[in-house]
Ligand binder design. Structure first.
Ligand code: GLN
Length: 503
C-alpha cells in the first residue's frame, strides 16, 4: 500500500524509517565518490606521469565541477525530472563512469571522471532533498535525521576512501590481484557499490509515497502540467553533451577560473529571477538561505585545508605518537571516523534539547560551527609548542584539532542540508540544495587559494620554518572563523526575522 505524505511525516519515534534506506543509498554513493576522489591524484602521478602540481590542479578542477554540477542536477530535478528520476540518472552515469575507468583507467581516465562528475551532480543534492521531505517543515527532529544521514555519508567516505586506493596500490588483496589489474578492480569496486546503491533505492521508492515524483505526475506534491517526454529525454541528452565539455575544462586549469567566476554570478541572477516570482514571505526565507550559503563558502574554504596544506603539514611536521598511525592517514580519515560516532549522538542531543526547549536555532548552530572550526585551528596553531628542533610535532595533539573541527562540521554541514529544505519553496528545493553544494565548490576553490597563500616557505627553509609558517597561517584562519561565528550570532535577530516561523 502506498503511503501518503502525511502518514510518512507523522512518524512516531526519533527517525522516520525511510531514512535508513536513504542512508544506505547515500552511503554507497559516497563510497563510490570518495573512493574515486581518493585515487585521483595518486593515479595521475604514478600512472599517468603527471607532475605533482598539474595533478593537484586537475584534482581541484574536478572537485569544483562536481559540486558546481549539483546546481544543474537540482535545477533539472525541480523543473523536469523530479528527485527520483534525477537520482537514478545520476547513479547510472556514475556506474558508467566507474565501468569506463575499470575497463581501461589509463586510456579513458578523463572520460570516466567526467561521467562521474555529471552523475554526482544529479544524485547528490536530490537524495538530501528527499531526506528533508520526510519531515514536516517545522518538525524539530529534522536536524537529528540529517545528522544520522551525515553519519552514512561519512561511513561511505571512510570505507571507499580507504579500500579503493589500498586495492589500487596493491596494499590490500595484493596477493590475489595481479599487478596489471589492480586499478581496474579498484575502479570496478566503485561501480559495484554504486549498483548496490541504486538497487537499494529501487526498493526504497516503494516506501516513499509521493516524495520525489516527477513534476506533473498526478500524485506529485507540486501541481503542474505533465512534463512532455521530449523534455525529459532532452535533459538526458544535454547531460551527455556536457561530458566532453567537462573533459576539456578539467584539463586546462585556467578554464576552472573562468568557470568559477561566471557560474556563481549566473546562478545568483537566476536565483533572483526565481525570487521575483514568489510571495514576500517565501522571498525572505530564500534570502535567509542565501546568508547560510554565503557563510558556508568561508567555512569550507578553511575546512578544506585538510586536502591541501594540512596534508603537506601532516607529511612533513607530524610524528606517529598516535598508536603508530600514519599522519596522512589520520588527516584523511580522522574526521570521517569521528563523525560516524559523533553525528548520531549530536542528533540525539538536539532532540533532547528541543524537548527541554533549549535547542539552539540554526543561526546559532552555524555560529557554533564556525567557533568550533576556529578553536580547532587554534589547536593546530598550538601544535608548534610541542615541536622538537626538527619541526616535528605531536600527531595526538593534531588529532584533537581534528575532533574539534569535526564538532564544528556537525554544527554546520548536516544542519545546512536541513535548513535548505525548510527555507526553500516546494518547487525550488532541488535548486537550493544544489546552491548549498555549489557553495562547497567555491569553498574548495577558496581553500586552494588559501592553501597556496600558506605555502610561502622560502627555498632552503628548514622543516622548523615550515612549521612556523603553517601554524601562523592556521592562527589567522582560526581568527577569521571565530570572527565569522561571532558575526553570525550578532546577525541572528536579523536572519531570524527573515526565517519567520522556521527554526
Ligand atoms: N562531506 C560531506 C559530503 O560529502 C559534505 C561535503 C560538502 O558539502 N562539502 O557530503
Amino acid at each position: 500500500m502506498s503511503l501518503t505524505l502525511d502518514e510518512i511525516q507523522n512518524f512516531k519515534g526519533k527517525y522516520p524509517k525511510q531514512i535508513w534506506s536513504l542512508f544506505f543509498s547515500e552511503m554507497w554513493e559516497r563510497f563510490c565518490f570518495y573512493g574515486m576522489r581518493g585515487m585521483l591524484v595518486f593515479f595521475m602521478i604514478s600512472q599517468l606521469n603527471f607532475h605533482e602540481k598539474e595533478a593537484n590542479l586537475q584534482y581541484g578542477a574536478t572537485q569544483a565541477f562536481v559540486y558546481a554540477f549539483t546546481f544543474v542536477g537540482g535545477l533539472f530535478a525541480d523543473k523536469i525530472l523530479g528527485f527520483r528520476k534525477s537520482l537514478f540518472w545520476g547513479g547510472l552515469l556514475m556506474i558508467v563512469g566507474s565501468l569506463i575507468l575499470a575497463t581501461d583507467p589509463h586510456k579513458f581516465f578523463f572520460l570516466g571522471i567526467a561521467f562521474t562528475v555529471v552523475g554526482t551532480g544529479f544524485f547528490k543534492p536530490n537524495i538530501s532533498s528527499m531526506v528533508g521531505q520526510l519531515y514536516k517543515p517545522n518538525d524539530s527532529r529534522a536536524d537529528a535525521g540529517f545528522s544520522l544521514f551525515y553519519a552514512g555519508i561519512n561511513l561511505g567516505a571512510l570505507l571507499g576512501g580507504y579500500l579503493c586506493i589500498a586495492i589500487g596500490k596493491g596494499e590490500l588483496l595484493g596477493d590475489f590481484i595481479s599487478e596489471g589489474m589492480r586499478w581496474n578492480i579498484a575502479f570496478g569496486l566503485a561501480a559495484v557499490v554504486m549498483v548496490i546503491s541504486l538497487i537499494n533505492f529501487v526498493f526504497t521508492q516503494r516506501s516513499l509515497g509521493t516524495i520525489g515524483l516527477q513534476p506533473g505526475h498526478p500524485l506529485s506534491e507540486v501541481k503542474s502540467a505533465p512534463i512532455a517526454k521530449w523534455k525529459e529525454y532532452g535533459v538526458y541528452i544535454l547531460s551527455l553533451l556536457f561530458i566532453p565539455i567537462i573533459m576539456k575544462m578539467v584539463s586546462v586549469p585556467e578554464y576552472t577560473d573562468y568557470f568559477m567566476w561566471t557560474v556563481g554570478p549566473l546562478t545568483l541572477i537566476y536565483l533572483f529571477f526565481e525570487m521575483s516570482k514568489v510571495n514576500s514571505s517565501e522571498r525572505k526565507k530564500l534570502w535567509a538561505a542565501l546568508v547560510f550559503i554565503l557563510f558556508s563558502i568561508l567555512f569550507w574554504g578553511i575546512y578544506e585545508q585538510s586536502g591541501g596544506s594540512l596534508s603537506i603539514f601532516a607529511a612533513k611536521n607530524l610524528n606517529k605518537d598516535l598508536l603508530g598511525l600514519d599522519p596522512n592517514g589520520v588527516n584523511n580519515s580522522g574526521g570521517a571516523f569521528f563523525i560516524i560516532f559523533l553525528a548520531p549522538l549530536i542528533g540525539l542531543l538536539w532532540i533532547w534539547m528541543s524537548k527541554r526547549k533549549i535547542e539552539p536555532n540554526t543561526i546559532i548552530k552555524f555560529g557554533l560551527g564556525f567557533i568550533f572550526l576556529g578553536l580547532g585551528y587554534y589547536v593546530l596553531f598550538a601544535t608548534r609548542f610541542f615541536a622538537d628542533l626538527q619541526g616535528i610535532t605531536s600527531l595526538n595533539f593534531f588529532t584533537i584539532a581534528l575532533l574539534v573541527i569535526t564538532l564544528g562540521e556537525l554544527c554546520l554541514s548536516p544542519i545546512g542540508l536541513s535548513i535548505m529544505t525548510k527555507l526553500s519553496t516546494k518547487n525550488l528545493q532541488g535548486m537550493m540544495m544544489g546552491m548549498w553544494f555549489l557553495a562547497s565548490a567555491y569553498g574548495q576553490y577558496v581553500a586552494g587559494i588559501i592553501g597556496a597563500g600558506l605555502a610561502t616557505t622560502k627555498e632552503g627553509a628548514t622543516n622548523y620554518d615550515a612549521l612556523i609558517t603553517y601554524t601562523e597561517g592556521y592562527k589567522q584562519l582560526a581568527l577569521y572563523a571565530v570572527i565569522a561565528g561571532v558575526v553570525l550570532i550578532l546577525l541572528s535577530p536579523f536572519v531570524k526575522k527573515l526565517m519567520q516561523e522556521v527554526k
